[in-house]
Design a protein around this ligand. Structure first.
Ligand SMILES: NC(=O)c1ccc[n+]([C@@H]2O[C@H](COP(=O)([O-])OP(=O)(O)OC[C@H]3O[C@@H](n4cnc5c(N)ncnc54)[C@H](OP(=O)(O)O)[C@@H]3O)[C@@H](O)[C@H]2O)c1
Length: 369
C-alpha cells in the first residue's frame, strides 16, 4: 500500500474541512469540471518543482483545504501499480499533472532516452489512473517545445505536428506530444475531462539553478551572481544575444492553470505565455541590472543561438479572458530575492544542500522547456 499523501501545511490553504465553500461569483460561467468548492480534493503531481510549487502556493492563497501532494521517494510516478494504488487510496477530484523530467539543451540532448521514457511513463500512469479512479478533471502541461522547429512565429496552437521537431530535444518533445494526444484520446474514447496547456519558457521561485540542467534565465542569474561574489566584471553569455524568447513568471502560469481548470474545456490544447518576446541580450542586460550592475556582458558568438525567435500566439487564452500580469523586470527582481534567500538558507551550517542551487559547473544556456 502506498503511504498516504503528505499535506504540507506550507502549501495547503485555510478553510474548514468538511464544509462546502462555493467558489462561484454571480455571473460566473464555469467550464465543465470546474472546481466548485474549496474542499475539492486536488492532486498536484510534481509539487516540489518550479510549476508544482507555484500551483500549491496559488491554491493555498485561494483557500483550498484539500490539496494532495506526495514526494517522489514515496511515489515514483513512473510506476503504474503504485500510482494506481495511490489514486485508489486518495481519490482526487482534480489533478494538475505537472511532474516531469525537465532540463536545458545539454540535459535534453545527452539524455534523450531518459527524457522520452520518464515523461511518457509519468503521463501514462497518471492519466490512466485518473481515468480508472474517475477524476473529474485533469490539466496536463506540455511545453512550447512540442512545436516544430520551423513553426510560424508567434506559434499558433495549429502548428502542432506540422513539421520536424528540434533534434536536440526530440525525446522530450515526443513524450510531451504523446501526453497531449493521450489526453485527447482518453477524452474521445472514455469521455474523460482531460485538458492540455502548452506553456512558454518559465522562471521564478524554485527554479533549477544547476547549470547542468537550468534554462537560460536562471543560468544567467547564477552567472551574474557568482561573478559578483568573485569580484569579476566579465560575464560570458552564449551566442550573439540576438535570439528572441518569451518568458512567463511561474506565478502567472499558476494563475493560468487555475483559470483553465475553471474556464477551459475541449479537446484542443491551448498556449500559455505573454505573447511578448525579448532578445537574449536584453534579457541578460535586465538580469545584470538587478544582480551585478557593474558587470560587462561578453557574448561568445562561437556558441549557438538556437532558433532565432520563439514566442507563442496567445490569442486563444487572451480571448478566454486570461492574460499574463507580471512584468519581466519585476519578475527578475523577485526571483533574484528568492535565489539569494535560498542560497543563504542552504549555505547555513547544518542546512540541507539543494542540488538545484548548489551544483557549480560551466554550463549551457538554453531555452528548452
Ligand atoms: N520549466 C519550464 O520552463 C517549462 C516550460 C514549459 C513546460 N514545462 C512543463 O512543466 C512541467 C513542470 O516543469 P518544472 O519546470 O516545474 O520542472 P521541475 O522544477 O523539474 O519539477 C518537476 C517535478 O516533477 C517531479 N518528478 C519528476 N519525476 C518524477 C517521478 N518519476 N516521480 C515523482 N515525481 C517526479 C519532481 O520531483 P522532485 O522534486 O523529487 O525532483 C518535481 O517535483 C513539466 O511537465 C514541464 O514539461 C516547464
Amino acid at each position: 500500500m502506498s503511504p498516504p499523501p503528505s499535506k504540507d501545511p506550507a502549501t495547503v490553504g485555510g478553510g474548514q474541512p468538511g464544509s462546502t465553500i462555493s467558489r462561484r461569483q454571480p455571473g460566473d460561467r464555469p467550464a465543465d469540471g470546474a472546481v466548485e468548492d474549496l474542499n475539492a480534493s486536488i492532486f498536484v503531481a510534481g509539487h516540489r518543482g518550479l510549476v508544482g510549487s507555484a500551483i500549491c502556493r496559488r491554491l493555498a492563497a485561494e483557500g483550498f483545504t484539500n490539496v494532495l501532494t506526495v514526494p517522489r521517494r514515496d511515489l515514483d510516478l513512473r510506476d503504474q501499480s503504485a500510482v494506481a494504488r495511490w489514486f485508489d487510496a486518495n481519490r482526487p477530484d482534480h489533478v494538475y499533472l505537472v511532474a516531469g523530467t525537465v532540463g536545458g539543451i545539454m540535459a535534453n540532448s545527452t539524455r534523450q532516452a531518459e527524457f522520452l521514457y520518464d515523461n511518457m511513463m509519468i503521463h501514462a500512469t497518471v492519466i490512466e489512473a485518473a481515468r480508472r479512479f474517475e477524476v473529474r478533471k485533469l490539466l496536463y502541461l506540455g511545453s512550447a517545445c512540442v512545436y516544430p522547429r520551423l513553426s510560424p512565429q508567434p506559434i499558433p496552437e495549429a502548428a502542432l505536428l506540422t513539421g520536424p521537431l528540434e533534434p536536440t530535444n526530440e525525446g522530450y518533445s515526443l513524450a510531451k506530444i504523446a501526453g497531449i494526444r493521450l489526453c485527447q484520446f482518453y477524452r474521445k474514447q472514455y469521455g474523460c475531462n482531460f485538458i492540455t496547456a502548452m506553456p512558454t519558457n518559465l522562471y521564478g521561485p524554485n527554479d533549477n539553478f544547476d547549470l547542468r540542467q537550468s534554462h537560460v534565465l536562471p543560468a544567467l542569474m547564477r552567472k551574474f551572481h557568482e561573478a559578483k561574489i568573485r569580484g569579476e566584471t566579465g560575464v560570458e553569455i552564449w551566442g550573439t544575444g540576438k535570439a528572441r524568447r518569451e518568458f512567463l513568471h511561474v506565478d502567472d502560469l499558476a494563475d493560468a492553470c487555475l483559470f483553465l481548470m475553471d474556464h477551459f474545456e475541449g479537446e484542443g490544447h491551448i498556449n500559455v505565455g505573454t505573447g511578448v518576446d525579448h532578445s537574449i541580450g536584453d534579457l541578460a542586460a535586465a538580469i545584470r541590472d538587478v544582480v551585478h550592475p557593474e558587470a560587462d556582458m561578453i557574448f561568445d558568438t562561437t556558441k549557438p543561438d538556437g532558433m532565432p525567435r520563439r514566442v507563442l500566439d496567445v490569442t486563444m487564452i487572451n480571448r478566454l479572458g486570461w492574460r499574463a500580469r507580471i512584468d519581466l523586470a519585476d519578475g527578475i527582481a523577485s526571483t533574484y530575492d528568492w535565489y539569494r534567500e535560498a542560497i543563504d538558507a542552504t549555505s547555513a551550517p547544518g542546512a540541507a544542500t539543494d542540488p538545484r542551487l548548489q551544483v557549480r559547473l560551466d554550463g549551457e544556456l538554453s531555452d528548452v522547456g
